[in-house]
Design a protein around this ligand. Sequence first.
Ligand SMILES: [Zn+2]
Ligand SMILES: [Zn+2]
Length: 229
Amino acid sequence: MKCVYCQQEFAVNLTLREIFSLSRLLPKDLCQRCRELFTLNHHAKKCLGCDKMFETGYCEDCREWQRTIPGVVLNHKSLFCYDEALHDWFQQYKFKGNIGLASSFNRELSAYFRKKRQSLIVPIPVSDERLKSRGFNQVEELLKAAMISYVPLLKKKGEIESPQSNKTRRERLKAQQSFYVPVEHLSLINQRHVLIVDDVYTTGRTVLHAKACLAQGNPQSIQTFSLAR
Ligand SMILES: [Zn+2]
Ligand SMILES: [Zn+2]
């Protein structure tokens, strides 16, 4: 095999567990040395809302969201730590547009989403301009590489410039809603468990916008997930 990240040839030695599990269907696309660059987000203590390392309960950012949007449900999950190694990987994948890297974490993603078979998987969209310049939606490509079915229900609005200064945080959040679901597709969400997928969680704004948008379709639950946190 050739590693998609370092381009070196490597031998694939399957463990017994891999031989008997479905994950063997997916190729191992990172060599062991590259795979070890990245760290799973397995901290024992994490914020209940956004999945970042945090001593107990909700972090300050999440408490701020709870103050801004009373009753908001924060239940984000992630797979990897957004550290320097993953930052560099994202530079190659997103900003240099190396689509070949989409399969880097296919096994980890496949294993995670195997437990989410009942969910309607909805990726975060990119704008038309971004799609044109990059050539692909980085979230959809991660899902495709891991053979995860998804429904691209969310659409990205064009950029709207408006004066923000005299608005409250809540008004700004509402005004800045950057997604929509075509009205004829809202019924697909009705009573489903929805799982929104993004590449990186930073402020939470993106997934909260997506959540608010999909909530119009009356889902049974909405969870959010990102490759990195
Ligand atoms: Zn490698
Ligand atoms: Zn938090």
